[in-house]
Design a protein around this ligand. Structure first.
Ligand SMILES: [Zn+2]
Ligand SMILES: [Zn+2]
Length: 570
């Protein structure tokens, strides 16, 4: 049994080795993500350079290679990143050759020594972040090397404070959600007792690292990933799911800019109460996610005993403990804009399990309209979906009314500091024409609120208020958005078929009106006639017609044409 002295030490050690390691791993993944790179890409690209990190002044196998790096990366770490590190193109270059390196991509086995070195070497430029990473590495080294594990209260308080702040600071540079998670976890570790099994396990890891002498420690990667994943595992996964929901609900409510479609909300609350499940559908941008979050939080207010959870993967269902009543929200069940058949199949296996749980579970599904249409027949085989029609946020029955749209516009005006000019009474009041203040006419708002829009209204509002020059365009902006929307849909079809694109464009302009995606799909026979006729054209003719169409487009819609999607076809 560990005494207080030893427990203090092991707790700090656990903090550094578990969460310190995690934030640095996450930082690497996040940096790569921002550069549109994967770990695999990175390791492939840098294998020669990384080899040099272990070579110092020595040469590699490449003749005339001028690369020289300050040494310091222990050789053993190469095998954490690559397979075949012992092979070489010639025996005399053994351990000086990266020719056969094949990347391993399991970042979860990378310890602080490795992640910090890679981050400082290849990714991080920000001096304060650099300092944080150095500090973390220094703490790690200090904690690994004392003779006996122990820490008095005063030292414990000081080091804990430093380390936990550093970890949280680094996490803040990653995604918001991750940072929220790390803060919760670190605070949890600070305030809750650790079981004696966990302490023993931590001590075991500490002793192995402490005894080993640098290069000898071949099992370190496994120890690290074990340490991260094994400790109170089930518990942690459940906590993650809960915290993610908490975080999403909190940030939804904090924004205070939500205008609910009242008819849909009333109906949904009632249906959820009666049938325990509800399926919410809508076009892109119709505000499904926020609607469902709002629905969840209102429902939770009526039933304070409910725990809210948001699932993003079908595997998560099996991790739930069901020891309490739960309300679950599953967003974009089977893919966001394109149908994800694998996701669909794995959820399908869970649907039956769900039906059995409906005694203590409420479930909200959200789907895009196009996906619902595609999978309707499969979905209504399950009672979860067949008992009621979905609530369609874009349909006439439940979409936002003009009053609600107006309310939403006003809310956005307040949020973005846009002044609304109301019609003046007859006696003239001079109106300030301060050009710094963004303003909009009440009449304009009214016009916008009454427009028929194809794309989701909430999304367009967000766009509209995001730039001053959009606001200056007034209702024209929304009008143009219709064209953009049609164009996006056409682009989407075009991107899939190389030649069809051209035919659809011509069709589109021959008709000279807006089409929905469905209408275009229905016009396929007509389009294929145009496509067949088009086959005889030379590239030059195509180019010419393309230019004509482009001009026509601009003339008709006043929307700037982007060549990005089109130019490479010719
Ligand atoms: Zn070299
Ligand atoms: Zn070589």
């Amino acid at each position: 049994m560990a005494d207080k002295f030893e427990e203090n030490f092991l707790r700090t050690f656990l903090l550094v080795m578990k969460f310190g390691t995690m934030v640095l791993q996450q930082q690497i993944v996040f940096e790569l993500y921002q550069k549109w790179q994967t770990v695999l890409d990175f390791l492939k690209e840098k294998k020669h350079d990384i080899l040099h990190l272990t070579l110092g002044k020595h040469n590699c196998c490449v003749s005339n290679c001028q690369t020289k790096r300050s040494s310091g990366l222990p050789k053993r770490l190469l095998s954490v990143m690559y397979q075949n590190v012992n092979r070489s193109c010639a025996t005399r270059f053994a351990y000086h050759c990266s020719c056969y390196f094949t990347p391993k991509t399991d970042v979860s086995t990378w310890d602080i020594t490795l992640t910090s070195r890679l981050l400082l070497e290849y990714f991080v430029k920000d001096p304060s972040l650099k300092q944080d990473i150095e500090n973390l590495r220094a703490h790690r080294n200090c904690l690994c090397h004392p003779e006996k594990p122990g820490m008095d209260e005063k030292e414990f308080g000081k080091i804990w404070g430093e380390v936990s702040c550093t970890i949280k600071d680094i996490a803040r540079k990653c995604e918001q959600w991750f940072s929220y998670y790390i803060e919760k976890e670190v605070d949890f570790l600070e305030c809750n007792p650790i079981s004696s099994t966990e302490l023993d396990r931590t001590k075991d890891v500490w002793m192995k690292i402490n005894k080993a002498d640098g290069d000898e420690l071949t099992e370190l990667p496994n120890l690290i990933s074990e340490l991260i994943s094994s400790l109170h595992k089930e518990n942690t996964e459940m906590k993650n799911i809960t915290w993610y929901a908490e975080y999403s609900l909190q940030s939804h409510c904090k924004k205070k800019d939500y205008t609910e479609p009242e008819r849909a909300m009333k109906h949904s609350l009632k249906q959820l109460e009666e049938y325990k499940t509800i399926c919410v559908v809508g076009n892109a941008g119709s505000g499904k996610t926020r609607f469902c979050l709002e629905l969840m939080s209102q429902f939770q207010k009526k039933h304070p005993d409910l725990i809210a959870l948001i699932l993003t993967d079908s595997n998560e269902w099996r991790k739930l403990e069901f020891n309490q009543k739960t309300i679950i929200f599953i967003d974009d069940v089977i893919g966001r804009s394109n149908l994800d058949n694998d996701a669909f199949n794995s959820w399908r296996r869970v649907f039956d399990l769900m039906s059995c749980r409906l005694g203590s579970v409420y479930i909200i599904f959200a789907l895009r309209n196009c996906i619902w249409q595609l999978k309707k027949h499969d979905l209504i085989e399950y009672s979860l979906f067949s008992l009621n029609d979905p609530v369609d946020l874009s349909g006439s029955e439940f979409a936002m009314t003009s009053e609600e749209k107006l309310k939403m516009l006003k809310t956005f005006c307040i949020k973005y500091g846009v002044k609304i000019d109301y019609p003046l009474p007859l006696e003239k009041v001079s109106r300030s024409t301060d050009s710094d203040v963004k303003r909009i006419n009440f009449e304009t708002l009214n016009t916008i609120a009454n427009m028929e829009l194809r794309k989701g209204f909430p999304y367009q509002c967000v766009m509209f208020f995001s730039r001053a020059n959009y606001i200056r365009e007034e209702s024209n902006f929304f009008y143009k958005q219709c064209f953009y929307h049609e164009k996006e849909q056409v682009d989407d079809i075009l991107r899939r078929e190389k030649y069809l694109h051209y035919a659809v464009l011509i069709f589109f302009f021959l008709k000279g009106q807006c089409f929905t995606r469905d209408e275009i799909l229905q016009s396929q026979p007509e389009i294929s006639i145009i496509a067949e006729n088009g086959h005889g054209r030379t590239p030059v003719q195509c180019r010419e017609s393309y230019e004509k169409i482009k001009k026509l487009w601009v003339k008709r819609t006043c929307v700037k044409w982007s060549d990005d999607n089109f130019i490479h076809w010719y």
